[in-house]
Design a protein around this ligand. Sequence first.
Ligand SMILES: CC1=C(CCC(=O)O)c2cc3nc(cc4[nH]c(cc5[nH]c(cc1n2)c(C)c5CCC(=O)O)c(CCC(=O)O)c4C)C(CCC(=O)O)=C3C
Ligand SMILES: [Fe+2]
Length: 390
Amino acid sequence: MSDSRTPGGAATGGPAQAAPDAAPYDALLLLSFGGPEGPDDVVPFLENVTHGRGIPKERLAEVGQHYFRFGGVSPINEQNRELLAALRKDFAEHGLDLPVHWGNRNWSPYLVDTLREMAEAGHRRILTLATSAYAGYSGCRQYRENLADALALLSEEGVPELRVDKLRHYYNHPGFVGPMVESTLVALAELPEEVRDTAHLVFTTHSIPTAMAETSGAPDDPARGRPGGVYVAQHLDVARLVAGAVAEATGIIGRHWELVYQSRSGAPHIPWLEPDVCDHLEALHREGAPAAVMVPIGFVSDHMEVKYDLDTEARAKAAELGLPVARAATVGADARFVAAVRELVLERAATERGAQPVRCAFGSLGAGRDVCPVDCCPNPRAPRPAVGQG
Ligand SMILES: CC1=C(CCC(=O)O)c2cc3nc(cc4[nH]c(cc5[nH]c(cc1n2)c(C)c5CCC(=O)O)c(CCC(=O)O)c4C)C(CCC(=O)O)=C3C
Ligand SMILES: [Fe+2]
């Protein structure tokens, strides 16, 4: 992306570029999942995440152990602090005058407190970057419902009215795909040389109930009719893009790759997306695959689902099998991802001002919608208010 386009359509023409313009937005909200910061936080955090979700007690106790193994500290908050700092630095360096605040759905700093502070600081028109790149109830609508809940609470408190929008899904943005390609190449290079060229690429994402996958996206999305709906179609697009770019960079054509799932939750009798990554490693070993690189395209940072489910559990499974594995890093606070967020902000701001900016996207599905249809990615329990739809 080194050409002279002006993503966001913010500046055109002359040699002296105008300062990037985020109007009508006056602040960016970094909205994330949240995670515990010590042993005492673990149980209340899990209660926040799962209330009313029918997660079996045994599963909760097991997931609690994952956190306790790491001193009760999820890596996600520190990673969000890094992303927050990187966004602020990037915006300042590019003359983008847009304050960035951070709030979480399930742990402090809680979304509602952050929005209250933003209102008190005088912000009224807020754009949201969620640390979830894909469609689906858990990864998109649930974030938008939580925003609506927080706004309703603040309205009861008499806080001045805020208008909150959410950035489009960025899974297929060059600034998301590019760092994943590079980190996959880095991980391949960690494998013993004799298995490097034949290692499988094992793309992973969060398993979700198959019913949630089938209804992901809008009813008129062509991918909704495919198995796994838009959620799976989006991941397959990224997997294909990364595999293609890796082939180009390594000169190895026809390398095997698969999309598999991890971190299954819920009751055992409810079907979730399969195969699980550990079962898949076993199958690969059985079929004589020489090695694998796990590429967690479903996540934006190396949080607990990556550190425990892949780096601890799946690596232990691979060691038991004698299968050499490596794991690719997620985008985290990579400068290209941070720049992509700036572009997406400027793109959306320009669109809101009535312009038609460049909308960067790789792959076969194109740039996603700015505003979700009211009937996309439905809540599996009951419809609830959500922002960013219409
Ligand atoms: C699609 C998806 C993403 C990716 C998109 C996104 O990033 O949002 C994601 C991310 C994450 N999930 C996380 C943690 C948890 N998810 C749980 C449970 C669930 N996740 C689900 C889906 C997803 N989850 C679902 C359908 C459930 C079942 C309960 C329900 O229907 O809601 C549970 C309960 C215990 C259990 O695992 O059973 C925990 C603790 C953390 C924090 C990690 C850290 O602390 O570093 C992160 C980033
Ligand atoms: Fe989750």
